[in-house]
Design a protein around this ligand. Structure first.
Ligand code: FE
Length: 207
């Protein structure tokens, strides 16, 4: 990551301090209610987040017919699982693509930071970075290598550009030696990064 992004160590802490100061000011000015921010945070902790995407991926790993439906009509297949909040902001036009032995998928948004909030939550800061957005298109294999995901030359890399029209997410490959795991245990292995294509799902035996 160091070669990709050159941020100050305290970047997150500095951002958090700025946000707290802004929030206090907006509440003082009467622009925000004191519980507005908590309500939004709670939404992204309990309703919309990568825990949904992880359950979708685990179901697809266990049920090949579900996986086909998910790739064929992603919103319809997601609706089968009855998660709340799937029609919320940034939830329109979600589309899943699957990694395989021959293809690795990487999701970016070249224009800004379009991202499927209901299944992945809010994007990490680097997803919005112009360096990631431009290099992801120009040299995806180099970017993936820097993320610790070297892709062999005989594997195709597909880069998907999320937008207001389509918000992509990746069904990663099911790791080896995971046959004994149930759906919840499989879901626990799936990270947001794996569903963006910048990480693989590690084999549970490697842990
Ligand atoms: Fe965008």
């Amino acid at each position: 990551m160091a070669a990709l992004f050159d941020y100050d160590e305290n970047r997150e802490a500095a951002s958090a301090a700025k946000v707290r100061a802004l929030e206090a000011l907006l509440i003082k000015k009467g622009v925000l209610g004191s519980d507005s921010v908590d309500a939004v945070l709670s939404h992204f902790e309990t309703v919309a987040g990568p825990f949904n995407g992880a359950r979708i991926v685990a179901r697809a790993w266990l049920d090949s017919a579900y996986k086909r439906r998910l790739l064929d009509d992603t919103p319809k297949a997601i609706a089968e699982l009855n998660f709340p909040g799937m029609n919320g902001a940034e939830g329109e036009h979600m589309k899943a693509v699957a990694n395989s032995e021959s293809v690795h998928n990487l999701v970016i948004c070249t224009l800004c930071s379009c991202y499927p909030w209901p299944v992945l939550g809010l994007p990490p800061y680097w997803y919005k970075d112009p360096v990631f957005r431009s290099r992801g298109v120009r040299e995806p294999r180099a970017v993936l290598r820097e993320f610790g995901v070297p892709i062999s030359a005989d594997k195709e890399v597909k880069v998907w550009d999320s937008s207001a029209q389509i918000r992509w997410f990746v069904i990663p490959e099911r790791p080896a030696h995971s046959e004994h795991l149930n759906e919840a245990q499989l879901a626990a292995l799936v990270t947001p990064e794996a569903m963006m294509g910048v990480a693989l799902v590690p084999s549970p035996s490697a842990a």
